[in-house]
Write a protein that binds this ligand. Structure first.
Ligand code: GDP
Ligand code: ZN
Length: 458
C-alpha cells in the first residue's frame, strides 16, 4: 500500500547541536536520495548510516553536512520506510533541509503522526503509543523508566492476560449454562465466577495503587511551602533549587510551550506549585481562613510546613496545623542555630505522625534528612523493585477504575445469587473497559484526539 511521505524535525526545537529530520512513507528513501550527495541511498542496505551532503536542488548549494539513516519497512518504528537525517549545522540548516524535502513532495507531519502510523500499522498498541508521549514529557530518570516499561508492552501484556482470563471464565460458565443437565450448574458457575472476579479485582487494585506513584513520577509532586513570615520559606526554596539541579521542562502541545520548574530530589520530581499563590504562602490562613486554606492546600501532593525554632508557637501556627490536618505534610523546624524558644513536645502532638525535621538552612544543616523524608513520603522503597507494572496515564487510570467498578457490580451480583447471564453483562463490561486501554475497543475519534496531543515530529 502506498502512503504519502511525511516529514518533521524530530528533536526538540532549539536544543542540542544535532537535530534530526525524520521521514516516513513510501517515498521516504527516494525523496531523500534525490537531494543527497553521497552513496545512492536507494541501493544501500537497510539500517545503515550514510555520510553525505544535502544539496538544495534550486541553487545547487550545500544545505548541510549530514548522516542519513536508512531503514526499510517493516522493521521500523512506523513499519514504513523511514529515513532519519542527522543535521549538524544548527537550526537554520535543519530548517533548510526540511524545506528542501517539502519542496520535493514530502508533507509536513501532523503532531503525533509518526506514532499514529506506528499504531495504525500494528507496530505498537494504544498504551504503548501513549507511553511514547509520556516519554517525551518524562521529567526524571524514574519517570522515564516507567514510560519505557509501558512501551515494552508490560501493561498491555497484563491487560491482555486479565481480559483473556475473563473471557475464558465467561466461556466456561457459558458451557455450564448450555448443559443444564449437570448437577448444581448454578452453584458451580457462581463458584468459578467468584474466584476469577476476585482475582482480577485484586490485580486491578494493585495497578491502581501503583498508579498513584506513577502519576507522581510523571507529573511531579505538587509541593507547597507554608509557614509564618520570616520562618525561612524562601531560604528553603532556594536551598532545594541550589542543591538539586532544577529541571526546566517544556510541555508540548501548546502553541507556546509552558516552562515549568522542577526540582529533582533523589529522583523524585518536586513541582513547586504556583497556583493560587500557594507556592510560598505567608498568610494564607489569615487571608482566607482555615477551611478555604485547606481546600487550596489539598490540591498539592506535599506540604512543607516551616516553623521557627527561635520563636514560640503562636495562634497562626496552630491554625496552619489545623489547615494541614490529614494532608501529606512534613514539619520543618528551622533556625536551630539560634536559641530554642519553640516547644517541640507541643509540635510533636500537633504534627500527628508526620515527620519533623530540624534544620538550619543558614548553616546548611538538616537538608539531607529533609530530602530523605521527602523521598520516603512517596516511595517507601518498593518503587524500584522493577517487577511492578506502572500505570501513569490518566486515561488508563480512569478505565481501570471503571473496570474495577463493573467488576464489583458483577461480584455483588454473584453474592446476591443473581442469574449468571446478568452477572456476565458486568463481566463483559469489565472486559470492554480493559480493552479500551490497549485500543481494542477504542473509537476512531478517541484515537485522533490522543495522537493530536503528541508533539510534532514524534
Ligand atoms: P520567609 O519569609 O519564610 O520566606 O523567610 P526567609 O527565607 O526570607 O528568611 C527570613 C530570614 O531568616 C532571612 O534573613 C534568612 O536569612 C533567615 N534565615 C533563614 N534560615 C535561617 C536559619 O536556619 N538560621 C538563621 N539564623 N536564619 C535563617
Ligand atoms: Zn519569603
Amino acid at each position: 500500500m502506498e502512503t504519502d511521505t511525511i516529514t518533521a524535525i524530530s528533536t526538540p526545537i532549539g536544543e542540542g547541536a544535532i537535530a534530526i529530520v525524520r521521514l516516513s512513507g513510501t517515498k521516504a528513501i527516494q525523496l531523500t536520495s534525490e537531494v543527497f550527495k553521497g552513496k545512492n541511498l536507494q541501493e544501500v542496505d537497510s539500517h545503515t548510516i550514510n555520510y553525505g551532503k544535502i544539496i538544495d536542488p534550486q541553487t545547487q548549494e550545500i544545505a548541510d553536512e549530514v548522516m542519513v539513516s536508512v531503514m526499510r519497512a517493516p522493521k521500523t518504528f512506523t513499519r514504513e520506510d523511514v529515513v532519519e537525517i542527522n543535521c549538524h549545522g544548527g537550526m537554520v540548516a535543519v530548517n533548510r533541509v526540511l524545506e528542501i524535502l517539502l519542496t520535493k513532495g514530502a508533507r509536513l507531519a501532523e503532531p503525533g503522526e509518526f506514532t499514529k502510523r506506528a499504531f495504525l500499522n500494528g507496530r505498537i498498541d494504544l498504551s504503548q503509543a501513549e507511553a511514547v508521549m509520556d516519554l517525551i514529557r518524562a521529567k526524571t530518570d524514574k519517570a522515564m523508566n516507567v514510560a519505557l516499561k509501558q512501551m515494552d508492552g508490560r501493561l498491555s501484556g497484563l491487560i491482555q492476560r486479565l481480559r483473556q482470563d475473563l473471557l475464558e471464565t465467561v466461556a466456561h460458565v457459558e458451557v455450564n449454562i448450555d448443559y443444564p443437565e449437570y448437577d448444581d450448574v448454578e452453584e458451580m458457575s457462581h463458584e468459578v465466577m467468584r474466584t476469577k472476579t476476585r482475582e482480577v479485582h485484586g490485580e486491578i487494585e494493585q495497578l491502581l495503587q501503583v498508579a498513584k506513584q506513577g502519576k507522581i513520577l510523571r507529573e511531579g509532586i505538587g509541593t507547597a511551602i507554608i509557614g509564618r513570615p520570616n520562618v525561612g520559606k524562601s531560604s528553603l526554596m532556594n536551598t532545594l533549587v541550589q542543591e538539586n539541579k532544577a529541571i526546566v521542562t517544556e510541555i508540548p502541545g501548546t502553541t507556546r510551550d509552558i516552562i515549568e520548574e522542577y526540582v529533582n530530589v533523589r529522583g523524585v520530581p518536586l513541582r513547586l506549585v504556583d497556583t493560587a499563590g500557594i507556592r510560598e504562602t505567608e498568610d494564607i490562613v489569615e487571608k482566607i481562613g482555615v477551611e478555604r486554606s485547606r481546600q487550596v492546600l489539598k490540591e498539592s501532593d506535599l506540604i512543607l510546613f516551616v516553623l521557627n525554632y527561635n520563636d514560640e508557637l503562636n495562634k497562626e501556627d496552630v491554625k496552619l496545623f489545623e489547615a494541614v490536618k490529614g494532608l501529606e505534610y512534613i514539619v520543618i523546624v528551622n533556625k536551630t542555630d539560634l536559641e530554642q524558644k519553640l516547644d517541640l513536645d507541643r509540635v510533636n502532638e500537633l504534627a500527628e505522625d508526620r515527620p519533623i525535621i530540624t534544620t538550619s538552612l543558614l548553616q546548611e544543616e538538616g537538608v539531607d534528612e529533609l530530602e530523605k523524608a521527602i523521598a520516603n513520603t512517596f516511595f517507601s522503597g518498593d518503587i524500584d523493585s522493577g517487577d511492578l507494572t506502572y500505570v501513569s496515564n490518566v486515561r488508563h487510570i480512569q478505565l481501570l477504575n471503571q473496570a474495577k467498578q463493573a467488576l464489583e457490580d458483577a461480584m455483588e451480583g454473584i453474592e446476591l445469587g443473581m442469574p449468571m447471564d446478568i452477572v456476565q453483562i458486568d463481566v463483559t463490561r469489565t472486559w470492554e473497559f480493559l480493552g479500551e486501554i490497549i485500543g481494542d475497543t477504542a473509537s476512531d475519534s478517541l484515537i485522533d484526539q490522543l495522537f493530536s496531543q503528541f508533539c510534532l515530529g514524534k
